[in-house]
Design a protein around this ligand. Structure first.
Ligand code: NDP
Length: 281
């Protein structure tokens, strides 16, 4: 039990909740940001049990926690327990950042910002005016569509193994920017400037059933998944002569930087953190 006469100032406490969670890099990322910003904080992992998500968040909040990141499979449940969220989170029905503001739980989604910052700042890709294909229509894709459309691509095409879900998302986001749904194996007259694999297929060493015509020698192929080795999708894209193929590790660090900014009001440098952690991934 805490000593009632211990008046040592406590570092603010944060945590990331998910299942599984033990391999999360968020504690390391946030500590590297904290060192850069000269801030002292605690950042732990919390294993969310199926059916126990809300209770785990409330327990962390009641014990003095200041905020939580939320990862698979709880982003939609996190949205549902918020007292206040941004319009972006409402459209995506997903949050990855919770801030505990007195009694209120305030939610935001920073995955889209993570993806767009990584593409534009770390990979030098200009979204404005480009033709983009996004494959997949699960939680990760939902979380990035608005920010991607706000970066003003000429056209964003979405396709998914289960086509109806891609059509629903295209309809939902139609007011934000030029988005259309297409069948996953559609053959195109010319390749895209950017192809984003937002499916979980690479996790199972599988390729989505897309047509070779999506890739040309000026295409940047982006796999949201990250691992120590190039994914099957990245290798396939390079075999089709893509200009480059990159993974989503930078997105992970960038979405964390956006959460850090929400909690601490500090914009951190992400590239040194990506470089420092690359070896350990
Ligand atoms: P979901 O489970 O919510 O969605 C999975 C998606 O993948 C669905 O669209 C599903 O299609 C599709 N899919 C799965 N297997 C295949 C296959 N064999 N062929 C074609 N399509 C397939 O997962 P998430 O959206 O949460 O995650 C997707 C990926 O994004 C993961 O690899 C995850 O690691 C990564 N991610 C990376 C982040 C980062 O910061 N870099 C952040 C969040 C996620 P269907 O609808 O037909 O089932």
């Amino acid at each position: 039990m805490k000593d009632p006469f211990d008046f040592t100032p406590q570092s603010p406490r944060f945590s990331v909740i998910g299942n599984p969670i033990e391999h999360s890099l968020s504690p390391q990322i946030h500590q590297l940001f904290a060192r850069q910003a000269n801030i002292s904080l605690e950042y732990s992992t919390t294993l969310g049990e199926p059916g126990g998500f809300k209770q785990a968040v409330e327990h962390f909040k009641a014990s003095g926690g200041k905020g939580m990141n939320v990862t698979l499979p709880f982003k939609t449940q996190a949205f549902q327990l918020c007292d206040k969220t941004s319009d972006r989170a409402k459209l995506a029905q997903s949050v990855n950042t919770l801030s505990f503001d007195n009694d209120l739980v305030v939610g935001e989604t920073t995955d889209g910002q993570g993806l767009v910052q990584d593409l534009q700042n770390n990979h030098g890709f200009t979204i404005k005016g480009s033709r983009v294909l996004i494959i997949g229509a699960g939680g990760a894709v939902r979380g990035v569509l608005q920010t991607l459309l706000e970066a003003a691509p000429k056209q964003l095409t979405i396709c998914n193994r289960t086509q109806g879900v891609a059509m629903e998302l295209a309809h939902l986001y139609a007011d934000i920017g030029p988005i259309t749904a297409q069948t996953i194996n559609h053959s195109y007259d010319r390749p895209f400037d950017l192809v984003i694999n937002g499916t979980s297929a690479s996790l199972h060493n599988e390729l989505p059933q897309v047509d070779d015509s999506i890739i040309g020698n000026n295409t940047l192929a982006y796999d949201m998944m990250y691992a120590s080795k190039p994914s099957i999708f990245m290798k396939w894209a390079l075999d089709q002569n893509a200009k480059a193929a990159v993974d989503g590790f930078g997105m992970l660090v960038e979405q964390a930087a956006a959460s850090f900014n929400i909690w601490h009001g500090v914009k951190v440098q992400t590239q040194p953190v990506v470089a420092a952690l690359r070896q350990g991934v």
